[in-house]
Design a protein around this ligand. Sequence first.
Ligand code: ADP
Length: 288
Amino acid sequence: MSYGPREVLKGLDFEVRRGEVVALLGPNGAGKTTTIEILEGFRKPSDGEVRVLGESPLTADEAWRSRVGVVLQSWRDHGRWQVRELLEQFGSYYAPYATPDHPRPYDTDELLDRVGLTAQASAKVKSLSGGQRRRLDVAIGIVGRPEMLFLDEPTVGFDPVARRDFHALVRRLSDLEDTTILLTTHDLNEAEKLADRILILNHGRIVADGSAASLAEQISGTTEVRWTHHGEAHVHTTADGTDFVRDLLARHPDGITDLEVRRSTLEDTYLAMVARHEQSDEPREVVA
Ligand code: ADP
C-alpha cells in the first residue's frame, strides 16, 4: 500500500483463522490503521490481494457487510438519541440478513447486558461517560452479530477499570460467539491480554508473528548478563546464562562485582525490535 510515492505497507502477508483473536501490534505510524481500513473495505490497496470471509472487501455486497462488524473511533453523532433507540435503529438494518442459524440483530436487552449498558438504556447518548460511549461503539459494532469484528485502537483514552471491563467484553465475545476479532493496538499489555496471536508490525512489515507465549518462549532463551570487572562495566546477551556465568567466574576468580543476570521479557523484545527498525528501513528477518 502506498500513499502517493510513499510505500507504507510492504508485502504484508498474513491469514487469520476463524474464531481467532489477533492483535496487530506496533508503534504509531507502523501501518495498523491502514491495514485494518483495507480489510474493512474503506481503503483501496495499491496492489496485492485481500480476502475477508472469502470476498474482496472492495467489491463485496451488503450481505457480506452484514457479517462484518466495525468499531470506529468514538461515536459522536446522534447525541439526542436514547441508547436503546439507537441500537434498535442500527439493529434493524441487519434484520433482512437473519437466518435460522444466525439470528440478527442481537436482542437489545441481551446486547445492553453484554456491553454493560443496561442501566443506561434510556439515557441520551450525549449524557454517557467516555467509557460508556466506547461500550456503545462496541454495541453498535456487534449489533448485527458479526462473524468478523474489527477494533481499531479500542481502548485509547480508557482508565484502567474501563480497560479491564472492555478486555473482559472482548474475551466474552470471542468465547461465547466465536467471533473472529482483529484489533490494532500500540499497547503490548493489551495485545498479550486479548490476543490468541500477535502480529508485530513495524514500518509496514510484520516483524514477528505468534502467540504471546510462543513469542516469549522464542526469546526466553535470551539472557542478559551484566557485571563489573576492574571498574569497567560489561554486558553480554546469551542463550545460556548459566554456562556463561560459570565461565565468567572461572576466568576471573577474583575481580567480578555487580553481577546481574536477567531474562528478557516480551516487552524487552518488542521495544528492541521497534528500536532496531527505527534505525533501518531494510527488510529484516521475521522472528517466527
Ligand atoms: P498506525 O495506525 O500504525 O499508526 P497508519 O496506518 O495510520 O499507522 O499510518 C501508516 C503511515 O501512513 C504513517 O506514516 C502515516 O503518516 C501514513 N498515512 C496514513 N494515512 C495516510 C493518508 N491518508 N495519506 C498519506 N499518508 C498516510
